[in-house]
Design a protein around this ligand. Structure first.
Ligand code: ADP
Ligand code: MN
Ligand code: MN
Length: 364
């Protein structure tokens, strides 16, 4: 009896011997909410060395709000794989697109296929992106209630001002999770550029990029997946709501930094101001519908945001729809920051829409 208990105490299933040729492939997809992901494991008995070694697979779409019970089968098409930082080598995270049984019609919330077509058309312009993903950490405080990590149960912490890039136990909540996320993303090969504690207490940001074309969406979704999985281990819920706590608390955005050969080239600043900004301004109203659900609660004109209804821009301004960084003005070329996207965007949609408007003459 004692022996059994001792064994359980030391039991680390990650360290169990395993045949080196076995690969556990975690197939990941965006579900019928368009904001959340699902995943399941497929065992391969032979090594995976290229994308084509990973087979199409199926799942029950009626359980993910992507199909009805009668025609429930949805296909998973592997599109990108990276190292699995949880299971370690040689195991893989496999990001998938979803298709109806004809294997041609994209399933609900598979926007990658259309984004990919747009990115392909514009690829000579080399569109680059850097997305700043903000999020809140939430914790269960009762059977149903959830509240930001480190906040007094049912109450509020000190007002904002001390939390952005903070240090210290009274200011910084959840660093261990943010740090674990950074390390896990780097291990997986995700293009993560940095992390910082954000303006609201228990709010964080990570930056993905610079990534070209469809890669920005792929890497951001994979980074979100890794964050949620770590949240399971830390007992923390990851929240991408644009305005999770009403009142004098910042909401969460996904600032999207953008450049292409024209903005980065000689005369780029002049091109941004004279040509690109007017294109973005003219499409403001329609495009905002694709910039995250409930974003109007966040884009109030306060808390470093612009108005939902009114387009605006400025050099170095954090109160406009678009900020042109001071460095871009100084050098006469560079990039711009679209500050409108909410934290719950589909990065495939937002990156593709920017390319569509900036480079492919779509007016919406
Ligand atoms: P801030 O918080 O000041 O808005 P961050 O440093 O958090 O800025 O994020 C800036 C982002 O811009 C980074 O993700 C970076 O990769 C991205 N970026 C920098 N240069 C370019 C560029 N030329 N094109 C696209 N994105 C860029
Ligand atoms: Mn930032
Ligand atoms: Mn920013």
């Amino acid at each position: 009896m004692t022996e059994t208990v001792e064994h359980l105490r030391d039991f680390n299933y990650y360290k169990l011997n395993q045949n080196v040729t076995q690969v556990l492939a975690e197939y990941i997809w965006i579900d019928g909410t368009g904001e959340r992901m699902r995943s399941k494991t497929k065992v391969y008995l032979t090594p995976i060395t290229q994308l084509s070694d990973l087979e199409w697979w199926t799942y029950d779409g009626s359980s993910t709000e992507q199909a009805n019970t009668k025609w429930s089968e949805i296909y998973l098409k592997p599109v990108v794989y990276v190292r699995d930082p949880f299971r370690g080598d040689p195991h893989l995270l496999v990001l998938c697109e979803t298709y109806l049984p004809d294997k041609k019609t994209p399933a609900r919330y598979n926007f990658r296929w259309i984004a990919n077509e747009i990115m392909e058309k514009a690829k000579d312009f080399k569109p680059w992106f850097g997305i700043e993903q903000e999020y809140f950490l939430l914790k269960r405080t009762g059977t149903t209630h959830i509240w930001p990590l480190g906040w007094p149960t049912g109450g509020f912490p000190y007002p904002q001002g001390r939390y952005y890039c903070s240090i210290g136990e009274r200011n910084n909540f959840g660093r261990a999770l943010a740090e674990a996320h950074l390390r896990a993303c780097l291990n997986a090969g995700i293009k993560i550029a940095g992390i910082n504690a954000e303006v609201a207490p228990s709010q964080w940001e990570f930056q993905i990029g610079i990534a070209e074309g469809i890669e920005i969406g792929d890497h951001l979704w994979l980074a979100r997946y890794i964050l949620e999985r770590l949240g399971e281990e830390f007992g923390i819920d990851i929240n991408y709501d644009p305005k999770p706590i009403l009142g004098d608390w910042n909401g969460s955005g996904a600032h999207t930094n953008y450049s292409d050969v024209k903005t980065r080239g000689e005369g780029g600043y002049k091109y941004i101001v004279d040509e690109l900004i007017p294109l973005l301004s003219n499409t403001h109203k329609e495009v905002l519908k694709l910039y995250g659900a409930n974003n109007e609660k966040r884009l109030t004109g306060h808390h470093e945001t612009s108005s939902y209804d009114q387009f605006s821009w400025g050099d170095g301004s954090r109160g406009g729809s678009i900020r042109v960084p001071v460095i871009t003005k100084e050098l006469g070329q560079g990039y711009l920051e679209d500050r409108r996207p909410a934290a719950n965007i589909d990065p495939y949609l937002v990156s593709a829409v920017i390319v569509d408007v900036a480079l492919l003459n779509s007016t919406y």
